[in-house]
Design a protein around this ligand. Structure first.
Ligand SMILES: Nc1nc2c(ncn2[C@@H]2O[C@H](COP(=O)(O)OP(=O)(O)OP(=O)(O)O)[C@@H](O)[C@H]2O)c(=O)[nH]1
Ligand SMILES: [K+]
Ligand SMILES: [Mg+2]
Length: 364
């Protein structure tokens, strides 16, 4: 049986199975199997002639934003608007056939924006260029889900389901579970909170099904079976997503108001240049980037030349951003800014920096 048939079989079984407490476990296992096959399908496509000419784009800049959407929602129009790159836009579907990279700078950060072919329902199973598009989506720091404000809300759910099907988790954080496979010692299972969807027996059964007999597991939040399987599979991508509704020049004020109030949403008109600044700022915020400045002893920092690091970055990350080998000769750092009590303060390599901090590294 081919992978596609296996997938269809499992999907049918899931549809046939009634959802209730008693079947939750069985359904969880089915979904896990389904996910495994779907990932195989995507990864399999890389080895064949279908490899994806025109989809292997190098990462560049400080972060990568990937546009995903149905055909003709305005992805290419947006790329041409935000970046100097021209991606052909037209009124017919599937105008774009490859991955088209562009970049723009905002608050000192260089952000790579990728335009892709439109995807259709069934993309996760390889319809259209779905596999290649989704493989690119997995490399995103942020998914920019492009939607047509004039189309029914169902479009968003369909797209979410396609991404979900290949193990992409949008706007979710990694389940608060530590999971370590060991060589021996059996299963040690602990939960620090009351679990409503899982118990020790179920955890053992699921692990057994995956041929895991020795592992340490600590669960620190009330997760579902699906989330637990996500942890075991370990190939999930947790990516922030912005829902971008385009073509708001075509809808009523009431509709606009309704869309604009949804979480993680930006409403725009690429063609009429409406709300584009807000979109860019939303992207920046979602990327969780910070800008810090470095200075040499006895000199002033260069505020035009900051370093871009992720939120939560430590002095060590800053060292790496300055030079590959700097962390090796690190002695201490002096930091001015909101991350310290005194200005400057002498800190170690694991000190977390804040946005706009100034850092002076003192070497051994
Ligand atoms: N009314 C309106 N039309 C728009 C807007 N943005 C784009 N369009 C039109 O929508 C059509 C599709 O735009 P594209 O940028 O080619 O869409 P796409 O998502 O890249 O399409 P594919 O590459 O085919 O998937 C074009 O005719 C654009 O002129 C907008 O803000 N308002
Ligand atoms: K188009
Ligand atoms: Mg296009």
């Amino acid at each position: 049986m081919g992978i596609l048939e296996k997938i269809t079989d499992i999907e049918n079984e899931i549809k046939r199975t009634q959802k209730n407490k008693a079947t939750e476990y069985h359904l969880g296992l089915l979904k896990a199997k389904l996910a495994k096959y779907r990932v195989q399908l995507i990864e399999g496509s890389k080895t064949k002639s279908e490899k994806g000419e025109g989809f292997d784009v190098m990462k560049s800049g400080d972060a990568r934003v990937v546009m995903i959407g149905f055909p003709s929602v305005g992805k290419s129009t947006l790329l041409s608007k935000l970046t100097p790159t021209e991606s052909i836009a037209a009124a017919y579907e599937f105008t774009t056939l490859t991955c088209v990279p562009g970049k723009f700078t905002y608050k000192g950060a260089t952000i790579q924006l990728l335009d892709l072919p439109g995807i259709i329902e069934g993309a996760s199973q390889g319809k259209g260029r779905g596999r290649q598009v989704i493989a690119v989506a997995r490399t995103a720091d942020i998914v920019l889900m492009m939607l047509d404000a004039t189309k029914p809300t169902k479009q968003r759910e369909l797209l979410e389901a396609e991404l979900e099907a290949v193990g992409i988790r949008l706007n979710q954080s990694f389940p608060n579970v530590s999971f370590k496979i060991k060589k021996a010692g059996g299963i040690s299972f602990n939960a620090t909170v009351k679990l409503h969807h899982l118990d020790a027996k179920m955890v053992h059964n699921i692990l057994h099904d995956y041929k895991i007999f020795n592992a340490d597991i600590v669960i620190r939040e009330d997760i579902t079976v699906d989330q637990f399987i996500d942890v075991i599979l370990g190939n999930r991508r947790y990516i922030n997503c912005i829902y971008c509704y385009n073509k708001i020049d075509q809808i009523t004020m009431e509709e606009l108001d309704r869309l604009a109030h949804q979480p993680n949403t930006a409403v725009v008109s690429c063609e009429q240049d409406l709300n584009m600044d807000f979109l860019v700022d939303t992207i920046w915020k979602k990327l969780n980037l910070m800008r810090v400045y470095t200075k040499r002893r006895g000199e002033l920092p260069d505020f035009d030349d900051g370093l871009i690091v992720r939120n939560g970055a430590t002095v060590e990350h800053v060292c790496h951003a300055i030079h590959r080998t700097l962390a090796d000769s690190f002695r201490y750092a002096l930091v001015w800014g909101t991350s310290t009590k005194h200005n400057p303060q002498r800190v170690g390599i694991h000190h977390q920096v804040h946005d706009e901090d100034v850092i002076q590294v003192v070497k051994k």
